[in-house]
Design a protein around this ligand. Structure first.
Ligand SMILES: *[C@@H]1O[C@H](CO)[C@@H](O)[C@H](O)[C@H]1NC(C)=O
Ligand SMILES: *[C@@H]1O[C@H](CO)[C@@H](O)[C@H](O)[C@H]1NC(C)=O
Ligand SMILES: *[C@@H]1O[C@H](CO)[C@@H](O)[C@H](O)[C@H]1NC(C)=O
Length: 210
């Protein structure tokens, strides 16, 4: 009996000392309250229901007849406030034939699992080595934190993949968008990329920011 108590209190002690930051089971975000760097303030637990912990935004078919051939849905802090403070998010990516996610990065790492079709997926390390391969259904790949990465459906049928990121608000920065879709002047974009004026103008025209 005493042994059980000792084991129990040791376990409890370890649990407490390793989880000093955990002071409540959850903190479902309340988007109506001010947001800080750590996320939203907590919704009153008395008003939290099961539905707060369920995201239904992946249901149904997606159309992909847009310029990227892509339809992505991300369950992150803003669309799924139950993720607040949990350091995790999940997304669904539907690709038409030839569809792709343009090269981009996040503040977090990412894992991808292909559930339909096949995808060329990869990332490019800081020494410019590209690690990429055609993933089949069931294959999982990891894109390490902040690395530039991409997915491309080079198959002959539509493809679907789910991704999970170890941040509730991972951010997504597209290289093309950063250079040509924002407020960076074209002349500066040209200087810092060594692209020609024509090429910069072609991209800005394409992105409607010329
Ligand atoms: C909880 O929900 C009820 C009903 O919507 C609302 O009247 C009440 O203000 C909420 N409580 C808090 C603390 O948000
Ligand atoms: C994604 O699919 C939905 C459902 O078909 C559609 O309403 C929406 O316009 C699509 N989004 C894009 C960017 O194609
Ligand atoms: C896409 O598939 C075609 C046909 O199999 C192949 O010729 C081409 O090299 C592939 N593209 C890439 C980027 O692997």
């Amino acid at each position: 009996m005493n042994n059980i108590i000792v084991i129990f209190s040791t376990t409890l002690f370890l649990a407490v000392s390793f989880s000093h930051a955990i002071e409540s089971d959850f903190c479902v975000g309340d988007p109506s309250l001010p947001k800080g760097p750590g996320g939203y303030s907590c919704k009153d637990p008395a008003n939290v229901t099961t539905d707060d912990f369920v995201f239904t935004g992946f249901r149904g078919e997606r159309t992909t007849n847009n310029i990227l051939g892509l339809n992505g849905t991300l369950a992150s802090l803003s669309t799924f406030p139950a993720l607040n403070g949990l350091g995790i998010s999940i997304g669904k990516l539907d690709f038409g034939v030839g569809g792709h996610v343009p090269i981009h990065s996040h503040r977090t790492s990412e894992v991808i699992v292909v559930t339909k079709g096949s995808l060329i997926a990869g990332f490019i390390a800081s020494n410019n080595v590209a690690y990429y391969k055609t993933l089949e259904v069931g294959d999982v790949m990891v894109f390490p934190k902040t690395m530039l990465h991409f997915q491309f459906n080079n198959g002959t049928t539509p493809a679907t993949a789910f991704v999970s990121l170890n941040g509730a608000n991972p951010g997504t920065q597209y290289v093309t968008g950063a250079l040509f879709a924002g407020n960076l002047p074209g002349t500066l974009a040209q200087q810092i990329t060594l692209l020609s004026e024509d090429e910069v103008m072609r991209m800005k025209t394409f992105l409607n920011t010329a």
